[in-house]
Design a protein around this ligand. Structure first.
Ligand SMILES: *[C@@H]1O[C@H](CO)[C@@H](O)[C@H](O)[C@H]1NC(C)=O
Ligand SMILES: *[C@@H]1O[C@H](CO)[C@@H](O)[C@H](O)[C@H]1NC(C)=O
Length: 264
C-alpha cells in the first residue's frame, strides 16, 4: 500500500499539494480523482522516429475509455514534468510520429503543441482519429504525445503546414528566405526524405489544388507545383497569387510546397 501511494500521488495535478493527497488516502481511505486518472498508471508506447532522431511517447496507449486524457495545459505540463516536450504541430516529423501513435490503427485523438494563427487563445491543435489536424477548444480531454527535447534546435524556418486527405503539406517559406528555382525546389522536397515531393496540381483525388489555394494564393504567395513531364516540357507550373495555374520560366526564385503521404 505504501508503495502504491508513492507511485500514484506522483501523477496528481500539482495544484493539489501532496500532503493533502496523502492525507486523503490515509485518513479518509478515499482515492482522489487525480489518482484514478494518473498517467503513470497507464501504458506508454514509444515510437523512435529515425528522421529526427527523437522518441515520441504516447501516454495511456492501451487504456480504452477515459484514462490518460488531459486538457491542453495539463498535457503540456505533464510532458515538461517528465523532462520532455509536447510534440509540436509545426514539424512534419512530429505529425508523422503522431499518426503512427495516435490516429493510424489506434484511432485516438491527440494534442499537438503550438498556437493556431488568428485563433482565439482558447483554441489548440488536435489531431483527429483520422489524422487530420484542427484547432479546437483547449479544455477538451484527449491523449497526448511527449517527445525528448534536443539541445541543438533545428534552424528556424518560417514554414506553413497543413495536413489533410492523407497528406502532409509544408510551404517554404513565409518570410521568403527560401525561394528556389523549379528544379531547386523539387530537389529540396525530395531531400526531405522518402515520399516527399512537390505537389501535383492535376491530382483531384487528394484535392491538392485546394491546398495550394489555401497555403499559397490565400496568403498572396506564388508557389511552384510539381511538373508533369509529359505536358510541362519547357515551362514550369505555379499557382499565382490570384489562384490561377500558370506556366512560367523555370529559373525564377519562387516559394514552393512539399508534401508526403501519411503512410509513406
Ligand atoms: C529512445 O528510446 C530508446 C529505448 O528506450 C533508447 O534506447 C534511446 O536512447 C532513446 N533515444 C533518444 C534519442 O532518447
Ligand atoms: C485544465 O485543467 C486544469 C485542472 O483541472 C484547470 O485548472 C485548467 O483551467 C484547465 N485548462 C483549460 C484550458 O481547460
Amino acid at each position: 500500500m505504501a508503495f502504491g501511494v508513492h507511485v500514484t500521488v506522483r501523477g496528481c495535478s500539482p495544484s493539489v499539494p501532496m500532503w493533502m493527497r496523502v492525507a486523503a488516502l490515509l485518513l479518509l481511505g478515499a482515492m482522489p480523482d487525480c489518482i484514478k486518472a494518473s498517467c503513470e498508471q497507464y501504458n506508454k508506447e514509444t515510437y523512435f522516429n529515425p528522421i529526427d532522431g527523437r522518441n515520441y511517447t504516447l501516454y495511456g496507449s492501451s487504456y480504452v475509455t477515459g484514462g490518460c486524457v488531459r486538457n491542453f495545459t495539463i498535457a503540456k505540463d505533464t510532458c515538461e514534468k517528465d523532462g520532455l516536450e509536447l510534440a509540436p504541430q509545426a514539424e512534419p516529423e512530429s505529425r508523422f510520429s503522431l499518426r503512427k501513435l495516435c490516429s493510424v490503427g489506434r484511432r485516438v485523438t491527440c494534442w499537438l503543441d503550438g498556437v493556431p494563427p488568428g485563433e482565439p487563445t482558447t483554441q489548440c491543435y488536435l489531431m483527429s482519429q483520422e489524422g487530420d489536424i484542427y484547432a479546437q477548444g483547449c479544455e477538451q480531454l484527449v491523449r497526448f504525445v511527449c517527445r525528448n527535447k534536443k539541445i541543438t534546435k533545428p534552424p528556424l524556418d518560417d514554414t506553413l503546414s497543413l495536413s489533410t486527405n492523407g497528406y502532409d503539406y509544408v510551404l517554404y517559406t513565409r518570410d521568403a528566405t527560401m525561394l528556389k528555382s523549379h528544379s531547386g525546389a523539387a530537389q529540396f522536397c525530395q531531400n526531405l526524405g522518402s515520399g516527399w515531393d512537390l505537389v501535383p496540381y492535376w491530382e483531384s483525388s487528394s484535392n491538392a489544388w485546394a491546398v495550394m489555394m489555401e497555403l499559397c494564393a490565400a496568403n498572396g504567395y506564388t508557389c511552384w507545383c510539381k511538373r508533369d513531364p509529359a505536358v510541362d516540357v519547357y515551362r514550369c507550373p505555379l499557382i499565382g497569387q490570384d489562384g490561377t495555374l500558370q506556366m512560367q520560366g523555370c529559373d525564377q526564385d519562387v516559394r514552393f510546397v512539399c508534401r508526403r503521404a501519411w503512410d509513406e
